[in-house]
Each structure stands twice: as structure tokens, then as C-alpha cells.
Design a protein around this ligand. Structure first.
Ligand code: 3PG
Length: 307
């Protein structure tokens, strides 16, 4: 079996070493395509491989067509909106993710960005503290839970909205569940986004929703850029000079945000949430193990596409 790591944003070396150990111990071969800049490089690299480990790398029909020997794609991470699931199914390819493996890293970055924003991006002017402030966690999955755990240590008053998570599970963590996104945004000084990018969530964080936030509201996005209605948010932030937006996923309208919301807006140049040695090791090795278990035992525990 030939396994390809195709990562436009590479894993830490220590993670690649760990993945290699798992793959070679199973008697398979590992090949690497890191920091590629052209899709053609990916199309060439997938030609003869049986498995691929990716991150936010795009696996679409063209890639699947080129990968004639492919049986499985594992997205080392949580969100799999970068993989065309229907096409994978049509090509007889199994798609998996590695849920939970990088969620602490993303949650920690959310706080890094939060603190940076409430301290006025370290410009020397007096800011505010997070202790005692109301934090709204929008979607209570693996990242949301880690955000809640950290927020407790800081002493925040924590709320969460998740249409799919039972309220009892949220309450059990000492977090107050609310009934709607509107209620969350209306009540919380800071909202941290942890929703996946799906047809339903696309552009769902819009003018009307964010406008419900109290004065000096802060929106933190370590989820996906697609969930933001950029036009609506831009318009709102121009109207409401009190609002701040920090994001780990550069918006399409980054330059407009930077120019029109100077001092209240920040984007990382490249998504950094899961970019820690620990998260790379956890997600990368989990991906390698899932590939081995799939080939050796037919294990499809983390499969996310239909058969
Ligand atoms: C995820 O969905 O796991 C995160 O967004 C991390 O993505 P990355 O592997 O591209 O950093």
C-alpha cells in the first residue's frame, strides 16, 4: 500500500515522523507532497497512491479522477468541507476525519485572539479583561467544549448554543445552554464561532445576527470563513464602530476589513488554529492509524461519506 501525505500547510516534522512509523510498521510505503503551490502537483502525486492524508487540502472530482488506485482519504482534522463527499462515494473512496484530535489547539488560539482583541491589539491603550464577561460558544462540539473548559479558568460566564447537542450535556459542563443563536448573540460580550461550513451554515453569521451583540461586542472566528456573510458584517462594522472581529481564516474581503475596521479587526495570514506540534501529532497519527485499521480490519469508525 502506498500512502501519501498531501499538505499544502505541512505538519510539524515530529508528526510526519510519527505518521511514518505507523505506516511503515504496517508494511506500507509513505510518500510526501508538502507545501505544494499548484493543483497539478497534487494531481500528479495522487496517481498511484492507495490512501491520502490531507488537512484543508481540496479533494474534488478532478483529484479523485486522477487517483485511480485510491481507496481512502483521511482529513487529519475536524472539518471536511474541503472534500467532495458525493464524488468520493461515486469513486468508491472512503472519507474519514479525526474528530477531537486538534480541538484543544484551536480552542487555545481562540483565547489568544480574544485576549489580543480585548487588549486593543497591544497598542498600549487600556483594554478590558475577560473575567466576568459573558462568553457565547456557537456550537458545542469538540472545540466548543475545550473553549468552555478554558473559559472557566479565566472566570467567564459561559453560554452555548448548539441545535444538535442535548442541553443536559451542556449543563453538565457548567455552561448555560440557550435556545437560539439570536439569544446567544443578544446576551454575550464575546461570541466564539465553532460551527462547520455546510450549506445550512453558509453566510449564517450575518448583519442581523451580529447586530444583536451588546456594545463593544467581539466576534472570534476560528471555524470557517464561509459561515460569515462578509458583506453584511463589513456593513455592520462600519455602522457600529464598537464591534471587533478577529478571525483565523482570512476573509475574501480581508483588505476591505483591514481598511474600514482598522484597530478593530485582525486576521491571521494563514489558518493557525490547529498548527501546533501536539495537534499535528495527534491528528496525523490518528489518520495513519485509521488508514491501517481500514486496510487491515475494514474499520470505518470515522467514515463521513456514504458508501
Ligand atoms: C480543522 O477543521 O480540523 C481545522 O480547521 C484545522 O485545519 P488545518 O488542518 O487546515 O489547520
Amino acid at each position: 500500500m502506498k500512502v501519501l501525505i498531501a499538505t499544502e500547510k505541512p505538519f510539524a516534522k515530529v508528526a510526519v515522523d510519527g505518521i511514518r512509523k505507523e505506516i511503515e510498521a504496517a508494511g506500507y510505503e509513505l510518500v510526501l507532497l508538502e507545501k505544494y503551490t499548484e493543483k497539478a502537483q497534487l494531481l500528479d502525486a495522487v496517481k498511484d497512491v492507495n490512501a491520502i492524508i490531507i488537512r484543508s487540502d481540496i479533494v474534488d472530482k478532478e483529484v479523485l479522477d486522477a487517483a485511480k488506485e485510491l481507496k481512502i482519504v483521511v482529513r487529519a482534522g475536524a472539518g471536511y468541507d474541503n472534500v467532495d463527499l458525493a464524488e468520493a462515494t461515486a469513486h468508491g473512496v472512503c472519507v474519514m476525519n479525526t474528530p477531537g484530535q486538534n480541538s484543544n489547539a484551536v480552542a487555545e488560539l481562540a483565547f489568544g485572539m480574544m485576549i489580543m482583541a480585548v487588549r486593543n491589539f497591544y497598542n498600549g491603550k487600556a483594554g478590558t479583561e475577560l473575567m466576568g464577561k459573558k462568553l457565547g460558544i456557537h456550537a458545542y462540539g469538540n472545540v466548543g467544549r475545550n473553549v468552555a473548559r478554558i473559559a472557566k479558568g479565566i472566570g467567564m460566564d459561559i453560554y452555548a448554543y448548539d441545535a444538535f447537542c442535548p442541553k443536559e450535556a451542556i449543563k453538565a459542563d457548567g455552561v448555560t445552554p440557550v435556545d437560539s443563536a439570536d439569544e446567544l448573540y443578544k446576551n454575550c460580550d464575546v461570541v466564539s464561532l465553532h460551527i462547520p461550513a455546510t450549506p445550512e451554515t453558509r453566510k449564517s453569521i450575518n448583519y442581523d445576527l451580529v447586530n444583536l451583540m451588546p456594545k463593544n461586542g467581539l466576534l472570534v472566528n476560528t471555524a470557517r470563513k464561509e459561515v460569515i456573510d462578509e458583506e453584511g458584517l463589513l456593513k455592520l462594522m462600519e455602522e457600529r464602530q464598537d464591534l471587533k472581529y478577529v478571525t483565523d481564516i482570512m476573509p475574501e474581503k480581508n483588505e476591505e476589513f483591514a481598511a474600514k475596521c482598522a484597530g478593530r479587526y485582525f486576521s491571521t495570514p494563514k489558518k493557525m488554529g490547529a498548527q501546533t506540534a501536539e495537534a499535528n501529532i495527534n491528528a496525523g497519527i490518528a489518520a495513519a492509524k485509521q488508514i491501517v485499521a481500514y486496510f487491515k480490519d475494514g474499520c470505518e469508525k470515522f467514515r463521513v461519506n456514504k458508501k
